[in-house]
Design a protein around this ligand. Structure first.
Ligand code: DGY
Length: 414
C-alpha cells in the first residue's frame, strides 16, 4: 500500500527531478521550458520543503517580464527541439526568449501563500517581487478588459487549450494559409488525449498573427479574430487583485487603483453569468455569443472572491455524481470527451484553485471534500497531467510538476 508519507516523498522527488536550478519544467519531453502558471504552482509545492527555492521559482518567472509589464506564458531558457512552437516561431524580444501571450495570472496569489509559509526572509523576497506583480496586473487591466471581464487572445492563454469554450470562435477562423509545420506534442503522448489538428492550425495561425503585428496589443485588439472574455482569466485576475491589495497594504506599498480595479472586475465577472445556462460562461467579444459551457473554470468564482448559490448547487451535484470531479467539461454536454485534454478530463491543479477559493469563502465542507477526492485520485492513479473523470485513468504527461505540488500543498494534507 502506498502511504501518504511515501506519496509525499514521490511528489518531492518529481519537483526535484523537474527542477532546472532556478525554474521547474512541467514534465520532461512534452513541456521542456518554464510555463507561467505551472511555475506559480511549483513555487507553492516547493514552499512545503524548500522555501528559498519557492521564491527563486517566482523570481525567475518575473525575470522574463517585458518592459511593458507583460509576463509571458513560456520562457525558453534553453533551446529544446522537442517542443513546437519554439522561440523562432514566436519572434518576441523580451529579456529572455519567450512566447508573446500570457497565462492565468495566479502568481500573485501563490506568492501570497508562499509568503504566509515563510517565517524568514519572505518579506524581503515579496517586497522585491511586488512592483513586478503589480505591473503585470496593470498590463492586464490596460489591454485585456471587455466590460470589466478579462479576455483571452489565444486558447493557450487560459491554459485550457482545447476547451469547448472556444469552438465557435475557432470554427469561424480561417487557417488555410498556416503553412507546413510539425507538431511535437503527439510524439510524446497519445494523440487521442491531445487537441486536434484543426485546433492546432488555429493555435499556430494566432501565433503568426501576433508575430506579424510585433505583439502590439493595440493592433491585436483591432485585428485578432480571437478575443473571448472567460472565467479563467477573469477570476484569476480578480483573485490576484485582491491578493495584491492585501499584500501591498501590509507591506506599505501604494495600492492606489486596486480597489477600483476590483470593482471593475467584479462588474466584469457579472457579465460572464449566462442566465440560460445557469453558470459562469465564456463570451466571444467579437460576436457577442455565449460559449454555452460549464467548465471547471466556471467554478473558479470563489477564487475570485465571488460567491454563487447556483454554482454551489452545481458543485455539490458534481461532487456527488462524477466519480472523479471536477471535470473540465460537463459530462452531460455533447462536447464531452473523457480523455481529450480540456474537453472532459479532471485536472488536479484546477481542483486546488477551486478548493482554495472555497476555503477563502468559508465553504470548508466542500473544500475538504474536493481535496479528499483529489487526493484519492492522485494516490490511486499517480501524478499525471490530467485524469479521466469517470474512470480516473491517467492521461497526458506523467510525473507532472503541478500535480506533485498539488499533492504537497493541498490534496495530500487531508
Ligand atoms: C502546448 O504546447 O500544448 C501548451 O499547452 C501551450 O502552452
Amino acid at each position: 500500500m502506498t502511504t501518504t508519507h511515501s506519496l509525499g516523498q514521490a511528489a518531492r522527488q518529481i519537483l526535484i527531478q523537474n527542477d532546472k536550478g532556478c525554474y521547474t519544467i512541467p514534465t520532461k519531453g512534452l513541456y521542456p521550458y518554464q510555463w507561467n502558471w505551472d511555475s506559480a504552482i511549483a513555487a507553492l509545492g516547493f514552499a512545503e520543503f524548500d522555501i528559498t527555492r519557492a521564491w527563486i521559482e517566482l523570481e525567475t518567472l518575473f525575470s522574463g517580464q517585458w518592459s511593458d509589464g507583460m509576463v509571458p506564458h513560456i520562457l525558453f531558457h534553453q533551446p529544446d527541439p522537442g517542443y513546437f512552437p519554439g522561440p523562432d516561431v514566436w519572434g518576441c524580444d523580451g529579456p529572455i526568449p519567450s512566447s508573446g501571450i500570457i497565462q492565468p495570472p495566479i502568481a500573485a496569489s501563490m506568492a501570497r501563500r508562499v509568503w504566509e509559509k515563510d517565517t524568514g526572509a519572505g518579506a524581503t523576497h515579496l517586497t522585491a517581487l511586488y512592483p513586478k506583480m503589480l505591473a503585470w496586473h496593470r498590463w492586464i487591466m490596460q489591454w485585456r478588459l471587455d466590460r470589466g471581464a478579462v479576455c483571452t487572445t489565444h486558447p493557450w492563454e487560459t491554459g485550457r487549450d482545447n476547451a469547448p469554450d472556444w469552438d465557435k470562435t475557432m470554427a469561424r477562423m480561417d487557417a488555410s494559409d498556416v503553412g507546413e509545420y510539425t507538431r511535437r506534442d503527439t510524439t510524446h503522448v497519445n494523440s487521442d488525449d491531445r487537441p486536434t489538428n484543426f485546433d492546432y492550425d488555429r493555435y499556430i495561425k494566432l501565433v503568426q498573427l501576433g508575430r506579424n503585428l510585433h505583439w502590439d496589443q493595440a493592433a491585436l485588439r483591432e485585428q485578432s479574430p480571437f478575443r473571448v472574455a472567460d472565467p479563467t482569466m477573469t477570476f484569476t485576475t480578480l483573485g490576484a487583485a485582491r491578493d495584491l491589495l492585501a499584500m501591498g497594504t501590509e507591506l506599505g506599498f501604494d495600492t492606489t487603483g486596486l480597489t477600483e480595479d476590483i470593482k471593475t472586475l467584479e462588474a466584469g465577472a457579472a457579465t460572464l453569468w449566462n442566465t440560460d445556462l445557469g453558470a459562469f460562461d465564456s463570451r466571444d467579444v467579437l460576436s457577442g455569443e455565449w460559449a454555452g459551457c460549464v467548465s471547471s473554470a466556471s467554478y473558479l468564482c470563489w477564487l475570485g472572491g465571488i460567491d454563487s448559490d447556483q454554482m454551489m448547487d452545481r458543485l455539490r451535484n458534481t461532487l456527488e455524481t462524477v466519480p472523479y470531479p471536477v471535470p473540465s467539461n460537463d459530462p452531460d454536454s455533447d462536447t464531452f470527451d473523457a480523455r481529450r485534454y480540456w474537453r472532459g478530463p479532471t485536472w488536479a491543479v484546477v481542483n486546488m484553485l477551486i478548493g482554495l477559493g472555497l476555503e477563502q469563502q468559508g465553504h470548508h465542507a466542500e473544500a475538504t471534500e474536493l481535496a479528499r477526492k483529489t487526493g484519492a485520485l492522485i494516490s490511486e492513479h499517480g501524478f499525471a497531467e490530467y485524469f479521466d473523470p469517470l474512470s480516473g485513468s491517467p492521461a497526458g504527461g506523467k510525473s507532472f510538476t503541478w500535480t506533485a505540488a498539488v499533492w504537497l500543498a493541498w490534496a495530500g494534507r487531508t
